[in-house]
Write a protein that binds this ligand. Structure first.
Ligand code: ZN
Length: 331
């Protein structure tokens, strides 16, 4: 068993049996609570269906082009439909478009795969858009649906799907996966495994968000340190930013957040009750606003906006940033 999936061994075996028999169902419904691994398993199944170099029947190499493109969701014969916002249903027009695309003949893969996530939130018109494909499935099409439970879906949909209901993983398995595969520190892995209730995807999302909030904290600290830095220190900071900034995306994100923080600083300076965007740092921003008047905050914001516009026009970034940082208020 070489699927790149933690746990759910029985489900993988069941799916591999379908593959071994050479006649997978036309549609599968992966059911189970949020963060349990439905989508991960569905994509692994899509890989096993289409791997160009399976190490054994029903397995996926994970390295061939179809495997990589499916993992990255960039394969031309893989269609993935997620809700645009969490908790919102997928759009009926998008589902119709997908059914239309699936009906065309495959470009490359043996199987065209359509993955529709969170189908329990789909409206009845979306479900109806799917029914025709489910009733008369094109020969090379496989639909993969995910939902928290089969009960909330239309029976006409469920009856046409092979239902794979996933169970939560044992806590030690979640903990081991977190430490071994995702290098989460043992203490944290233990806590997350406990809180996850056996849902690895949930635990991983927590890890990701924790990482994001630390990155935000670092960006806030860098932004704040400008105000107390000497001229020379500010130039050093520019050098640091533009050095890391050979990754332009990272620098853009930093600039974006600095602008947002500075905008909040300006707002808080004008009205201490003003609603702020960066809620997680509201206390820090209000404290700073007490000693930075609106006028210099506004100049600093304008300077940051100029840097961003310069970035678009490929101006000398380092010079632009130096000029901007000299405009920053001093404490
Ligand atoms: Zn492969």
């Amino acid at each position: 068993m070489t699927w790149n999936v933690v746990g759910h061994a029985w489900a993988i075996r069941a799916l591999q049996r379908d593959l071994a028999l050479g006649r997978p169902a036309h549609a599968y419904l992966f059911a189970g609570p949020a963060g349990i691994g439905k989508r991960t398993l569905a994509l692994a199944f899509a890989q096993a269906l289409n791997c160009a170099a399976p190490p054994a029947p029903g397995e996926a190499c994970g390295a061939c082009r179809p495997c990589r493109q499916i993992a990255a969701r960039t394969h031309p014969d893989l269609f993935v439909l997620l809700p645009q916002e969490p908790g919102k249903p997928i759009k009926v027009e998008a589902a119709r478009e997908m059914m239309h695309m699936l009906a065309l003949s495959p470009l490359e893969l043996q199987w065209r795969v359509g993955l529709l996530a969170n189908f329990d939130q789909a409206t009845s018109s979306t479900a109806n858009a799917l029914l025709k494909t489910l009733e008369e499935p094109p020969a090379s099409v496989i639909l993969l649906l995910t939902a928290e439970s089969a009960e909330t879906l239309l029976p006409t949909i469920v009856s046409r799907c092979r239902v794979i209901t996933l169970r939560t993983l044992p806590r030690p398995e979640v903990e081991a996966a977190l430490t071994d595969r995702w290098h989460v520190p043992p203490d944290r892995a233990k806590l997350l495994a406990h809180l996850s209730g056996g849902r690895l995807g949930w635990a991983l999302r927590e890890v990701e968000e924790q990482g994001a909030s630390q990155a935000r904290r670092d960006t806030l600290d860098a932004w704040r340190s400008v105000f107390t830095s000497s001229r020379a220190k500010r130039f050093e900071q520019v050098a640091r930013l533009t050095k890391e900034g050979d990754e332009e995306q990272a620098l853009r994100r930093t600039l974006e957040m600095w602008q947002s923080l500075t905008h909040d600083l300006l707002l808080a300076g004008i009205d201490s009750q003003a609603p702020l965007t960066n809620l997680d740092f509201a206390d820090e921003i209000r404290a700073l606003a007490a000693s930075i008047p609106a006028a210099p905050a506004r100049r600093w914001l304008a300077a940051l906006q100029r840097v961003e516009r310069g970035l678009e026009r490929n101006l000398n970034l380092r010079l632009a940033l130096e000029a901007a940082l000299l405009e920053a208020p001093s404490l």
